[in-house]
Design a protein around this ligand. Structure first.
Ligand code: ZN
Length: 436
């Protein structure tokens, strides 16, 4: 590719306040924190421009899909050439492989015929993210931020911060260690010992955050927000705190699009904690294909804030339930909803507990784009019972060779919970089994 300016400049605009992103400080909306507004940046292709083609000379997702990523535009605007960007991806990927034993690659998508038969659906596809860097999909979200930090020369002393109880913290710690950047991880006191030990091995600073008094919301998240206010980089997998987390996650949806080709399952079932996975994945499918599955998100009976948000949106008379809604109608509605966030999304009032412990977020931070995916595809927000979560995990191990954990197989539990069960479905197994 020639050493020319990136022809198709991608931009980003806040869904809540409509402010254009500041490309020198692209992680958050310039008006972050102001009012009862969800300031999540929505990265957009220029009007009338088709999605750039994948560069199939590359198997590394951040190289293959680079012309679709906002971080690529941001770095080209900083005078990096296309070659510079590709070299940067290769250098960081090698450093990650030296730390974790593997770098980024296109993860497998395969048809699970035995599992489909056991559940009683005609066809079932599994996207296997247990093979990804650090054993989950979380590093995908963080790589775009790492490219921006390294490509723009953000000082190495500036600390990174993340709030997480498991996979996101581990992914952040692998990536931070790979490039030699300090990371502070805000975790709950009951985080698994095996996770804490691995975080320590990777050199992360660990801050335990107990729930105190009547304060609502996740105390780890509150401490993370305070650290970012004091100057830390939000090395977060949540879009409102770091828009590049959603940019990096797009690669997952683009891969699914290419791997499915002409086949389109009736439903895509994705487990939701913070909501970035469903947001990124389905945003990519909305861009890349006409024939889309219904997006069905899956939460546990213990905490389902996204389900409540969707129910509140569906009270609007201009929306048709269980039928795909026009994207322009949905975008207008979500822009209005983003300006009164607490009417749709608020912290879960009790402390949740589930075998799928990785999706018990107090709030679905990325509820807006997850709802967009469901509303534009005629999907729904499912709630899985504990027995369904346990059965899905058991069936996954009986009928596949993927060593998925109960959070990672929660999308499959949604299929078991689905009253109107689709004939064909795609699920993502997102996290590998770890010790206690
Ligand atoms: Zn804003």
């Amino acid at each position: 590719m020639q050493n020319t300016r990136h022809a198709q400049s991608i931009t980003a605009r806040c869904t809540g306040c409509q402010q254009l992103a500041d490309e020198r400080a692209p992680l958050r909306c310039p008006n972050y924190g102001q009012g009862d507004v969800d300031h999540v940046l929505n990265r957009c292709l220029p009007a009338g421009v088709e999605l750039p083609a994948a560069d199939d000379t590359h198997q590394q997702p951040y190289s293959r899909y680079r012309q679709r990523l906002w971080v690529y535009t941001l770095l080209r605007q900083r005078e990096l050439t296309d070659r510079d960007y590709l070299d940067l991806v290769a250098r960081i990927d090698e450093q990650i492989a030296n730390t974790d034993g593997k770098g980024f690659c296109i993860t497998p998508l395969s048809e699970a015929t035995a599992l489909a038969a056991a559940i009683g659906v005609e066809a079932l596809w599994i996207k296997d993210e247990t093979r990804n860097v650090s054993g989950s999909h979380k590093a995908r979200h963080l790589m775009a931020t790492l490219l921006w930090l390294e490509g723009t020369g953000v000082p190495r002393e500036r600390p990174l911060a993340i709030a997480s109880c498991g996979n996101a913290a581990l992914a952040a710690a692998v990536l931070a260690k790979a490039v030699g950047r300090p990371l502070t991880v805000y975790i709950p006191p009951d985080a698994r010992p095996s996770v804490v030990e691995r975080l320590q091995q990777l050199g992360a600073t660990i801050e335990r955050c107990p729930r105190e008094g009547s304060t609502v919301g996740d105390p780890c998240y509150h401490r993370f927000v305070a650290a970012v206010s004091a100057g830390a980089i939000p090395f977060s997998v949540q879009g409102p705190d770091n828009a590049l987390a959603l940019d990096g996650g797009l690669t997952l949806g683009y891969e699914i699009d290419e791997q499915l080709g002409p086949r389109t399952p009736q439903a895509l079932l994705l487990q939701v904690g913070g909501g970035a996975l469903a947001s990124s994945c389905f945003s990519a499918l909305l861009e890349s294909r006409r024939d889309r599955p219904r997006l069905c998100t899956v939460q546990t009976r213990s905490a389902f804030p996204l389900h409540l948000a969707l129910e509140r949106l569906l009270q609007r008379p201009d929306l048709r339930r269980c039928a795909p809604n026009a994207e322009t109608v949905v975008d207008q509605l979500l822009s209005e909803a983003a300006q009164q966030r607490s009417a749709f999304m608020s912290p879960w009032p009790t402390t949740p507990s589930s075998v799928a412990s990785g999706i018990l977020d107090d709030e679905t931070y990325d509820w807006l784009f997850a709802c967009r995916g469901m509303l534009c595809s005629g999907g729904t927000a499912l709630i899985a019972e504990e027995a369904e979560l346990a059965r899905a995990h058991r069936l996954a191990h009986q009928h596949t060779a993927i060593d998925v954990d109960p959070t990672g197989s929660a999308g499959l539990a949604g299929l078991l919970a689905s009253g109107d069960r689709p004939r064909s479905a795609l699920v993502a197994f997102t996290g590998v089994t770890r010790g206690d």
